[in-house]
Design a protein around this ligand. Structure first.
Ligand SMILES: [Zn+2]
Length: 364
């Protein structure tokens, strides 16, 4: 069956999103990205605004924070537009779709951006000393070796087994995925300065959302948790006003990041955690909607291979294409069943957010 909503690549996904946005009567803006795709095609972050520009309540939906995860997020955005959900928006509620905030990663089938930076490790204060991650430091040269062969794979397996013995599974996940700032060729690297996508998203917040009293956010992700299940992840501590609002809006399965119930390890520098400070006059309620794909070790191995490929190999070679196929399979499950789960749960999350915004307006 043709893959109707969840397009096979960035250019097709983008064209579908733009057509769907036009069909929904959205005001469309394009922010060009300085890079190019593997086909030498143009890259951009596209915005679709539905409803009055000065609406006091806004639902923000963002795709491709983690590049390749945009296959899912773009599909969810286009599906929402194509269903004409826009016609059901209550008075005072507008929607802003940010399509492909990390278009380079999306086009190149990478989780990271053009600088090998994980956008959700980049939202830290770079005037302060960079965070340490001694666990990653200890494993860095086996996580992404300079040679990608069987010997190195065995070295990685042995090092990981030893690390689990001394620090546990959770300790290993925190070391690998918690974020690191000392190994620019590694995985979950946070960079040394704000990257293009951070600057772009900050400007979008400042220029388009600054007037709003209530902002609800859904940021689409994949690669963690049970296949097809969309976990609403909250980037605020248990019991905080933000977490309580997110749970009231999205249900008790919405759980704070790093907690015992969350698929995600504790991490530093995600943009959702920074959003309230960017909108000091608004009540901000956000979730990352994280859809499971394949087991975590397969996801991590795909990320390691991809980091090796861009640091030491040729992404356009046959070997590179095989690694890209692994990356796509790690972050996007190409079945009608999985897409249906994504589409259904995304629709529910968006309706929950809209209902929450409507209620917030009524309560003043
Ligand atoms: Zn993600």
């Amino acid at each position: 069956m043709p893959d109707a909503t969840f397009a096979p690549g960035y250019p097709v996904a983008r064209a579908r999103f733009l057509a769907a946005a036009k069909g929904a009567g959205a005001a469309i803006e394009t922010i060009p990205h300085p890079g190019r795709g593997p086909d030498n095609g143009a890259l951009a972050t596209d915005l679709a605004w539905i409803g009055p520009k000065d609406a006091p309540a806004i639902l923000l939906m963002v795709s491709a924070t983690h590049g390749v995860e945009g296959h899912c997020g773009s599909g969810a955005q286009s599906a929402w537009l194509e269903r004409n959900e826009a016609a059901l928006l209550p008075t005072g509620v507008a929607v802003l779709m940010v399509h492909a905030i990390n278009p380079h990663g999306f086009a190149w089938t990478r989780r990271v951006n053009e600088d090998n930076v994980d956008l959700n490790r980049n939202w830290i204060d770079f005037t302060a000393p960079l965070p340490d991650n001694t666990g990653y430091d200890a494993l860095a040269d086996v996580i992404v070796p300079s040679i990608w062969d069987e010997t190195q794979k065995q070295r990685y397996k042995a090092a990981v087994a030893a690390y689990i013995k001394s620090h546990g599974e959770a300790g290993l996940m925190k070391a690998i995925s918690g974020g690191q700032y000392h190994h620019p060729g590694g995985i979950f690297y946070g960079g040394t300065a704000p990257v293009w996508s951070r600057e772009t998203l900050s400007a979008i917040f400042r220029e388009r959302l600054g007037h709003a009293a209530h902002v609800s956010i859904i940021d689409f992700h994949t690669g963690l948790g049970p296949s097809g299940y969309g976990e609403p992840i909250i980037s605020a501590p248990h019991g905080s006003a933000i977490a309580n609002r997110a749970r009231a809006r999205h249900g008790l399965t919405a759980t704070p990041i790093g907690g015992p119930e969350s698929a995600s390890a504790e991490l530093s520098g995600d943009w959702m955690g920074a959003a309230p400070a960017l909108l000091p006059d608004a009540e901000v309620t956000g979730i990352a909607l994280e859809f499971g794909t394949v087991p975590t070790n397969m996801v991590i191995d795909a990320l390691r291979a991809d980091a090796w490929l861009h640091g030491h190999g040729d992404p356009l070679s046959p070997e590179g294409q095989a690694i890209k196929a692994r990356m796509l399979a790690a972050f996007y499950t190409n079945t009608d069943h999985w897409r249906g789960m994504v589409e259904g749960q995304s629709l529910v999350a968006a309706r929950q957010a809209v209902a929450g915004l409507k209620l917030a307006l009524q309560q003043g």
